[in-house]
Design a protein around this ligand. Structure first.
Ligand SMILES: Nc1nc2c(ncn2[C@@H]2O[C@H](COP(=O)(O)OP(=O)(O)OP(=O)(O)O)[C@@H](O)[C@H]2O)c(=O)[nH]1
Ligand SMILES: [Mg+2]
Length: 147
């Protein structure tokens, strides 16, 4: 598999924890300082999604990806992506809601935020803590990468 999935989303949205859960790495995630390449995934720092100055870097890195995963933290009360952001990528995008285990999680709100930026694509609710939704997401992503 030469192409990867690129994971984007706000600072502390749970991107690295999600990747670690997908790869079965039980070490806690540390702050992502730069692009991090995994076997079939690319982890990005949250700053790249929050600060438009980095959008060019995201677009350039997307060339190495077959699929973009857009992450929304279920505990956050705002959307950090601009409306229609997924349309800026030639690749397909898929949505992931993180931290659904959290007492302050609001899955429906998170889905509404994601829809504004991603449209009518699949959205996977997940938790890196309980592994809810992780197996399903892993299977889906690996199927997409095989195509
Ligand atoms: N409750 C809960 N907390 C989570 C989950 N995933 C991540 N967290 C917490 O959220 C915080 C941020 O997690 P990271 O995975 O480092 O987030 P990130 O999106 O990679 O952050 P940056 O690298 O700064 O962009 C950490 O304190 C994690 O423990 C989850 O599934 N459930
Ligand atoms: Mg990170």
């Amino acid at each position: 598999m030469s192409k990867r999935v690129m994971i984007i989303g706000a600072i502390e949205a749970g991107k690295s924890s999600l990747i670690k859960a997908l790869f079965g790495d039980e070490q806690p995630a540390r702050k992502t300082q730069a692009l991090e390449y995994w076997d079939w995934a690319i982890d990005t720092p949250g700053e790249y999604s929050e600060n438009p100055m980095f959008y060019r870097t995201l677009m350039a890195t997307a060339l190495e990806a077959a699929l973009i995963v857009m992450v929304q933290d279920a505990t956050r009360d705002r959307n950090y992506f601009p409306p229609g952001f997924a349309q800026g990528f030639p690749q397909e995008c898929v949505g992931v809601i993180t931290k659904v285990d959290h007492p302050a999680a609001d899955q429906q709100r998170a889905e509404e935020f994601l829809r504004q930026s991603i449209g009518e694509v699949r959205i996977f609710p997940t938790s890196a803590y309980t592994n809810e939704g992780i197996e399903e997401l892993r299977t889906f992503l690996q199927e997409q990468l095989k195509r």
